[in-house]
Design a protein around this ligand. Structure first.
Ligand code: FAD
Length: 405
């Protein structure tokens, strides 16, 4: 099978990429090891354990791709406030959307809901979808990439886009190098029902072990549910995963200082090892890496897929411009423009998260004092706070047109 572009990975980022190029007239193949049809949705069903805090920029992009109505029709929860505090001191800081005259700071959405709403827009369209088709081999020849699937079928295209996630097989098979290191943290994710309503607030407590986030969910108007991301050492994560539900709820309530009262119910838990990973280059001849295939960052700021959507938006924008000018899409100049626009932005965000993570891991009394004093001071500094809020909205920097309102 021959195409102009092969996109490997129909997760949130790969599907967004395909949708952004859908009406370009280009022949596009979107390939995934899993099925690529949206799944039936039951609004009363339990929450999926994997959720993302989507920035306003991501919402704009999903809106411009026509996927936002599908997300709203399924399930999403806006949040308008954020409370962050240091569990080992007195420092805390609060943010609100109203401070920058916005209605919301973002939305918490189950990853599956985002992916299904995007896939919905690709059904019966010009993009050719190949589900249950795992990529097993890659070869680069004179006319571009030859991709071999697990069932032996062969695909060919001059441009390959890797959106196949953190453990990207395409990145590995193409020989792209990464810088990576362990955070020595695992994240426990699940949904919990609390005694009190969440008040449309995203809560984050920095504990000695790592950050603990409670993100607001909404199931048919019930605002007592939160998605939790509890980052801790692997040993502690192992201990917490072994607890029965009752003991886990009690431990979680204590770690969260019972800010929303008792934790009354807990869904099945998932434990995810956290590892920072960044490809040294996002491009190689005829190849571009986007989303987690290019960069994986600590979930404490909830930025991974927000950065991935901007990668997809910028790459699509550069490819469409090149197509309009009659420039070959796989040309080094076109791909380098994508990399120049995205890499500095992603590196800045990753460095900021790394700094935060280290600051809150530090055990030295002087660092703790500074950290708490800094949080209290920043909380009183309106200009500084609105800068933080604009970062959370994701509306600063070199945005693709798709991410603008
Ligand atoms: C605990 C946690 C919390 C997070 N919270 C947030 C948050 O609040 N906000 C945020 O922005 N980000 C968050 N993230 C990050 C976010 O989840 C990721 O950035 C995002 O899921 C990456 O999407 P992707 O499409 O790049 O990759 P993936 O979702 O991993 O998709 C990859 C796709 O490629 C397919 N694939 C893989 N290998 C092959 C192959 N060989 N052949 C064919 N197909 C293949 C897979 O089936 C899959 O569909 C969080 C991450 C974690 C771990």
């Amino acid at each position: 099978m021959q195409a102009d572009i092969i996109i490997v990975g129909a997760g949130m980022v790969g599907s967004a990429m395909a949708l952004a190029l859908k009406d370009s007239g280009l022949d596009i193949l979107l390939v995934d090891g899993a099925p690529v049809q949206p799944r039936p949705f039951d609004p009363a069903a339990p929450f999926e354990p994997r959720v993302s805090a989507l920035s306003t920029a991501s919402r704009n992009l999903l809106e411009n791709l026509g996927a936002w109505p599908g997300i709203r029709a399924r399930r999403c929860s806006p949040y308008a406030h954020m409370q962050v505090w240091d569990g080992s001191g007195t420092g805390q800081i609060g943010f609100s959307a109203a401070s920058v005259h916005a209605e919301v700071l973002g939305h918490i959405v189950e990853n599956r809901v985002v992916q299904d709403a995007l896939l919905e827009g690709l059904q019966d369209g010009p993009v050719r979808l190949l589900g249950e088709s795992r990529v097993e081999r890659l070869e680069r020849g004179a006319s571009g990439w030859r991709v071999t699937l697990a069932d032996g079928r062969e695909l060919q295209a001059p441009l390959l886009v890797a959106a196949d996630g953190a453990n990207s097989a395409v990145r590995r098979m193409a020989g792209c190098e990464t810088r990576e290191w362990d955070y020595f943290h695992h994240a426990i994710v699940t949904s919990v029902r609390c005694e009190q309503e969440h008040g449309l607030t995203a809560w984050q407590r920095f504990t000695d072990d790592g950050p603990l986030a409670f993100l607001p969910l909404d199931r048919q108007g019930d605002r007592h549910w939160c998605s939790i991301v509890w980052s801790c050492t692997p040993a502690e994560a192992e201990r917490l995963m072994r607890l029965d539900d009752e003991a886990f709820r009690a431990a979680l309530g204590r770690a969260f200082e019972h800010r929303l009262g008792e934790v009354l119910e807990v869904d099945p838990r998932l434990c995810i090892p956290l590892r920072q990973r960044h490809a040294k280059r996002y491009v190689a001849p005829g190849l571009a890496l986007i989303g987690d295939a290019a960069h994986v960052i600590h979930p404490l700021a909830g930025q991974g897929v927000n950065l991935g959507f901007l990668d997809a938006g910028v790459l699509a924008e550069e490819l469409l411009k090149a197509h309009g000018r009659g420039e070959p899409l796989h040309s080094e100049r076109v791909l380098a423009r994508f990399e120049r626009r995205r890499m500095p932005n992603n590196l800045t965000m990753m460095a900021a998260m790394e700094g935060f993570e280290r600051l809150f891991q530090a055990d030295l009394p002087a660092v703790r004092w500074l950290r708490n004093a800094g949080l209290r001071l920043a909380d009183r500094h309106h200009l500084l706070k609105s800068l933080f809020v604009r970062q959370a909205l994701g509306l600063d920097g070199d945005l693709p047109a798709l991410a603008r309102a």
